[in-house]
Design a protein around this ligand. Structure first.
Ligand code: ADP
Ligand code: TZD
Length: 578
């Protein structure tokens, strides 16, 4: 592929023209070049991936052509990086992997992206179709297209170089239009090497026009929603990560403030309005969910994270208004009285226009009762946060982190674990949109390092899933500060093997592990924090250093509970052995 006659369409001037120019043969391009050109033609400038047969040259060429290639140590983390880039930019993030095993490693990230409604494209090289389809045992043989289908929003395979432009365009549009999600694009090895007349290749490229068109809600739907809101006695707005994704920050802010309705942010919607906003009801979450009579959902699904919209959490039956781009989301768990289908920006603006003409703010009965509950809960929480026990518990350690992060609201925070996730979500306030990323809709462990945060707050188990990416972080000198909440195990470190055997209990890790030493192996800075004061000092220092760092935060191994706050989802055996 390094033959001078093969040219990229976009950087033709960079290419060394040699005496071969004189040859009468038409100027050629090939599958490799066309994939890069098709991505660049749609302003995609970064690929996250892991190289090998048959895509090594694709990665190399991407870099040569001015794209950024960020190489990871495991495809799942590269896929997570692509997914979160998609979430933050509304442009699909691209992950590139090799065939079968690399593809499968990336598939978890693709499925996670689809589940979370993040736009990404997983591009995998694949083995020879003729051999794969006859199951003749090719190198890394797998029918990847069919394997990807159940886990992707869409899946495509390109067989002819001249179709690469269309294939990439379809993948982009499928990823970002409507409800965003993960798209799989299968590129067989033979395709990459196929050559094509360069002019023909140039013409085959497609620049996607309006990949995610606005979707205007119907006026009837908007009016129905407004009528319901106007009749509400105890209204509540629930903001989900769809609202954060939509980047309709100003409209949402105005809707909340103009209506005066209290709101609850879901974890990744925190910061859409600052968590210390007077209308934020997070500190009275159980109270408002149970007591509200009309709930306006903006980009949030009534899935397990919201107790499916029913049961004890939700108290008396209530009426839901739901803004979502996906019509099939409506009535998925409970009846929705007023669906508003469209993109959040357009829907929120339409609602705003409707309430501007007159809207009575919620009664002080409602807002004062919420405030009273907030005050009570916050006072209780303050006492817990004041703890300085050594070894640290979750509250003491998170207070230290909270106080530092409060001074840097611009920082991207990633958070995973069980107790570490649940406590950090409620203790660490966010002040700006799209700064908090976490285990999301699946409650998946392993997103930590791939989401390339600035500060990662990680359970020790959670960290282990992507810990090797510390090398990636050091290699690219990314200023990521990872804080490992080290309590010696999954959830906690106190379980014992009831048989008295030599194996430790299923939840237990090496006691007193020094995760800080791991990053030192790659040239990063390691810290070992045993008190909240040390944790605070090291975090300030690490952020100021602007270099890769890891703080091993020593947490009491008895702190925390099994499954964090999801104990109710964790079946326990009740049978007793005779
Ligand atoms: P959370 O977990 O924060 O509650 P979910 O991921 O469950 O949020 O819900 C996000 C919802 O937002 C999905 O139903 C998705 O269809 C919707 N959504 C995503 N982007 C948009 C958009 N631009 N306009 C309208 N709805 C959107
Ligand atoms: N594997 C994957 C991919 N996702 C998961 N959610 C789990 C396993 C099960 N799991 C949880 O739900 S939380 C968790 C696991 C393994 C880790 C909890 O331990 P931790 O956090 O050390 O990360 P805490 O803060 O000590 O509880």
């Amino acid at each position: 592929m390094n033959e001078p006659k093969l040219k990229s369409i976009f950087t033709s001037t960079d290419f060394q023209q040699t005496e071969l120019t004189a040859i009468e043969k038409p100027e050629l391009t090939d599958g490799f070049h066309l994939v890069i050109d098709a991505l660049k033609c749609n302003d995609i400038d970064t690929i996250f991936g892991l190289v090998g047969i048959p895509i090594t040259d694709l990665a190399r060429l991407a870099q040569a052509e001015g794209m950024r290639f960020i190489g990871f140590r495991h495809e799942q983390n590269a896929g997570n990086a692509a997914a979160i880039a998609g979430y933050m930019t509304q442009k699909p993030g691209v992950c590139l992997t090799v065939s079968a095993p690399g593809f499968l490693n990336g598939l978890t990230a693709l499925a996670n992206a689809t589940t979370n409604c993040f736009p990404m494209i997983l591009i995998s090289g694949s083995s020879e179709r003729e051999i794969v389809d006859l199951q003749q045992g090719d190198y890394e043989e797998m029918d990847q297209l069919n394997a990807a289908k159940p886990f992707a929003k869409a899946a495509y395979r390109v067989l002819k170089a001249e179709d690469i432009g269309i294939g990439v365009a379809r993948a982009i549009r499928a990823a970002v239009s409507g409800r965003p999600g993960g798209v799989y694009l299968d590129l067989p090895a033979q395709l990459l090497g196929q050559s094509l007349d360069a002019a023909h290749g140039r013409k085959s490229l497609v620049r996607v026009v309006e990949p995610a068109p606005r979707q205007i809600p119907s006026p009837d739907a908007v009016q129905r929603a407004i009528n319901l809101l106007k009749g509400a006695k105890r209204p509540l707005i629930l903001l989900g990560k769809g609202a954060a994704y939509a980047q309709a920050d100003a409209a949402i802010h105005t809707l909340v403030e103009t209506s005066g309705i209290p709101y609850l942010p879901m974890s990744m919607a925190k910061g859409l309005l600052p968590d210390n906003h007077p209308q934020c009801a997070s500190a009275a979450r159980s109270f408002v969910l149970a007591e509200a009579d009309v709930v306006l959902l903006i980009g949030a699904r009534l899935n397990w994270l919201l107790a499916h919209g029913k049961g004890k959490t939700w108290g008396a039956p209530k009426k839901f208004i739901q803004i979502d781009i996906a019509p099939t989301e409506i009535d998925s768990n409970v009846a929705v009285a007023a669906p508003v289908i469209g993109d959040i920006g357009s829907c929120v603006s339409a609602l705003l226009a409707g309430i501007k003409s007159g809207f009575n703010k919620p009664s002080t009965d409602w807002t004062a009762s919420i405030q009273a509950r907030k005050d009570k809960n916050l006072a209780k929480m303050a006492a817990m946060l004041d703890q300085n026990t050594v070894p640290m518990n979750f509250h003491g350690a998170l207070r230290a982190i909270r106080d530092v992060l409060k001074t840097r609201p611009d920082i991207n925070v990633v958070n995973e674990g069980a107790n570490t996730l649940d406590f950090a979500r409620s203790i660490i306030d966010m002040y700006e949109p799209r700064k908090r990323f976490d285990s999301g809709t699946w409650g998946i462990m392993g997103i930590g390092m791939g989401y390339l945060p600035v500060v990662a707050i990680e359970g020790d188990s959670a960290f282990g899933f992507s810990g090797m990416e510390l090398e990636t972080i050091c290699r690219y000198q990314l200023p990521v500060v990872t804080i490992v909440f080290n309590n010696n195990g999954v959830y906690r470190g106190t379980d014992v093997n009831p048989t008295g055997g030599a194996d430790v209990a299923p939840t237990v890790f090496v006691k007193g592990a020094r995760y800080d030493k791991m990053i030192e192996a790659f040239g990063g800075i390691g810290y070992n924090a045993t008190t909240p004061a040390e944790l605070s000092k090291f975090l300030i220092e690490a952020i100021a250093a602007n270099k890769p760092a890891l703080i091993n935060a020593v947490i009491d191994e008895a702190a925390g509970t099994e499954s964090g706050r999801l104990t109710n989802l964790n079946p326990a055996s009740t049978a007793t052995k005779k």
